[in-house]
Design a protein around this ligand. Structure first.
Ligand code: SF4
Length: 638
């Protein structure tokens, strides 16, 4: 039997060689991008070798583990070979990396014994092994670095200490002291009831906080708790009342899911209105509760070592790990969840008495909840999309920060350590070609040490250290900019899908007595159960005013059951949903002799002053305001 063709392996090797091209080559970055395309594409080639479809672990086991250093000349030849390949090229802006399978064995690299001694992955090539992403926040206690940087447990304590200070400053009604089980010995039922109440409040606040700012949520949260103080109260509420209290927060299905969740908990013969304590059970039992909310409830209310990974935490962790990958990839989100799980467990174990059995489940405590909130608070206030790294309590464990620092002294740096070929990181994407990090770094001028809680967090040392420079207390604005510019690239940005454009005709329909027609949307789906004016889609091939008028007339006649007459056009507004850009053309009509009962059970006539009291969607509220002459025709508030 003849040997299978080796084209896929050859191209993959070429891609790796191109990746290892020396940074001095001005074309190195482009070359790596194009050759990587061949590697990726080859994985699905019919000519691929037998182990091509195997998992990464299997492939690593099958591959010879031989360390190779690649000369620039050989690398250039490999690039040339790859460039000649007819396979499609990969660019940084259009990655074609195949989907990776993820399993427990995949996380072995997180246990790297000495991640702290790995060389910084200097941009733009960022040559590094997978184990580069082993969190420095988990570095073992014996870890020491020559610069005295705080790592491992000391860094975890620094973040907790920082959070304890700022939590007081940003008071929120759902932030309350932990219910310590030790204070309830012999009163377990009382503890369980109190924990459920705390869990209920966290559940409500976390659902409200999705896509919404804290300042906006606080009054809604207070009104909600005043209306339905317990799970049982919410289960017994009317859906219309729930929607009315939610009105203005948007994404109304969140409110109806909260209520159906409460009803399910009350109806459950085992739970009888109690919230489950583990994240796993919460996701399984409560509708609308995903892994993030479940982690928050379990950690904060019950003290379990459960991770909570929202967008803020993803950003913090991707920077801490130096992980330049899309947050939309399931491999990335699973890795970050795994890291968050290990971190919260380590923090819980930090609080265990000395001599506790290793690997045993830590006792419930306030530490997991404080830790999760600390990461979220850091992401919300310091590690923002535009970060303020010099205020960060854990900059010493941050890979992105270190890379930014290395970039600031780029002329002096060299890529020294070339990792084992088989260990090359396949999680990170190449840095985008159009990124501003490739612009010239500011001249290094200062050395500074920063103290957080008495511990040296990081030292900035750029270029020659003149006496004058050493005296400078803070880094120059130029260096700050260089670090921030690099850090801001994490996590890797993904292109947003453009919202689909749709158009519709909205009918403000009045009876002779002035009553206005509203219809209630279905109980499930977009804007579930909300009220709106009768509307019908407008075909994009005829948007003329005569077409709109004819459509409005026929729709008004249909829904009212009487002959409608046209009054006027009130104008148009554009309303944005996450995936739809809806242009709403508002028309007023009359139905002099409308039957008392309109067509359709979900349609009713309302007195004009009652319209605004109904739970109408924001887009329809804008249409109503337009018809009342309260907004301009472009739909902007006056
Ligand atoms: S050093 Fe900067 S990028 Fe790193 S975690 Fe802190 S704020 Fe975020």
């Amino acid at each position: 039997m003849s040997a299978p063709p080796r084209r896929g392996a050859a191209v993959r090797a070429a891609a790796r060689m191109a990746r290892l091209s020396p940074p001095s080559s001005p074309r190195a970055h482009d070359q790596r991008g194009s050759s990587a395309a061949s590697s990726s594409s080859s994985s699905s080639s019919a000519a691929a070798p037998a182990h091509e479809g195997a998992s990464d672990d299997e492939r690593q086991a099958a591959a010879p583990r031989k360390r190779r250093r690649v000369s620039p000349a050989r690398s250039a030849a490999a690039v040339k070979h790859a460039a000649a390949s007819p396979l499609p090229r990969r660019t940084a802006s259009a990655p074609t990396r195949r989907k990776r399978s993820v399993g427990a064995a995949e996380w072995a690299f997180l246990d790297a014994a000495e991640p702290h001694v790995q060389a910084v992955a200097v941009p733009p090539l960022r040559v590094h092994a997978r184990s580069y992403h082993a969190p420095l926040l988990l570095a073992p206690p014996s870890t020491e670095r020559p610069d005295g940087a705080v790592l491992g447990r000391a860094a975890r304590s620094a973040l907790l200490g920082w959070y304890d200070g700022v939590a007081q400053q940003r008071a929120m009604p759902w932030r309350k002291p932990f219910l310590d089980p030790a204070a309830y010995i012999g009163r377990e039922a009382e503890l369980r009831a109190a924990q459920t109440q705390r869990a209920y409040e966290i559940w409500i606040s976390e659902i409200m906080l999705q896509q919404t700012r804290v300042e906006t949520v606080i009054p809604y949260f207070e009104r909600w708790l005043a209306a339905w103080p317990t799970v049982r109260d919410l289960a017994a509420a009317s859906t219309d009342d729930v929607l009315a209290v939610w009105k203005g927060l948007g994404y109304y299905s969140r409110a109806t899911r909260l209520q159906s969740g409460a009803q399910k908990l009350v109806a459950d013969p085992e739970l009888r209105g109690l919230l489950p304590r583990t994240a796993h059970e919460l996701v399984a039992v409560v509708p609308g509760v995903g892994p993030y909310t479940a982690g928050a409830i379990s950690a904060i209310a019950f003290g379990e070592a459960a991770p909570m990974v929202d967008g803020n935490v993803q950003r913090v962790l991707s920077r801490q790990l130096g992980l330049y990958a899309s947050m939309k990839s399931s491999a990335t989100t699973q890795l970050l969840t795994e890291v968050a799980s290990r971190l919260v467990r380590a923090v819980a174990e930090d609080g265990e008495p000395k001599g506790s059995a290793k690997g045993s489940t830590p006792k419930p405590s306030d530490r997991p909840g404080r830790w999760g909130q600390a990461l979220m608070e850091l992401g919300a206030t310091i590690c923002k999309p535009k970060p303020e790294c010099l205020r960060c309590p854990i900059s010493s464990t941050c890979r992105a920060f270190a890379e930014g620092e290395a970039l600031a002294r780029k002329p002096l740096s060299r890529q020294e350590a070339v990792p084992d070929m088989e260990d090359m990181c396949d999680l990170c994407e190449p840095l985008s070609d159009d990124d501003e990090t490739n612009a010239a770094a500011p001249a290094p001028v200062a050395t500074a040490a920063k103290k957080v809680g008495g511990a040296v967090q990081t030292k900035l040392s750029f270029g020659a250290k003149s006496k004058a420079a050493v005296k400078v207390a803070e880094p120059s604005a130029g260096i700050e900019v260089a670090i921030e510019r690099h850090v801001r690239r994490f996590p890797r940005k993904t292109e947003k899908k453009e919202a689909r454009l749709e158009q519709c005709v909205v009918c403000i329909l009045r009876r002779e007595d002035g009553r206005v027609m509203l219809e209630q949307r279905p109980e499930h789906g977009l804007l579930a159960s909300l009220f709106e004016f009768p509307a019908t889609p407008l075909r994009s091939d005829d948007l003329s005013s005569s077409a709109q008028r004819a459509l409005a007339l026929s729709h008004a006649t249909l829904v009212s059951g009487g002959q409608a007459s046209y009054v006027r056009s009130a104008g148009s507004i554009t309303h944005l949903f996450s995936h739809i850009r809806l242009v709403m053309h508002v028309h007023e009509l009359r139905v002099p002799e409308a039957p008392a009962k309109p067509n359709g059970e979900r349609r009713k006539w309302y007195a004009e002053e009652e319209v605004e009291k109904q739970s109408i969607s924001t887009g329809n509220a804008r249409c109503w305001a337009l018809a009342q002459g309260k907004t301009s025709k472009k739909g902007k508030e006056k």
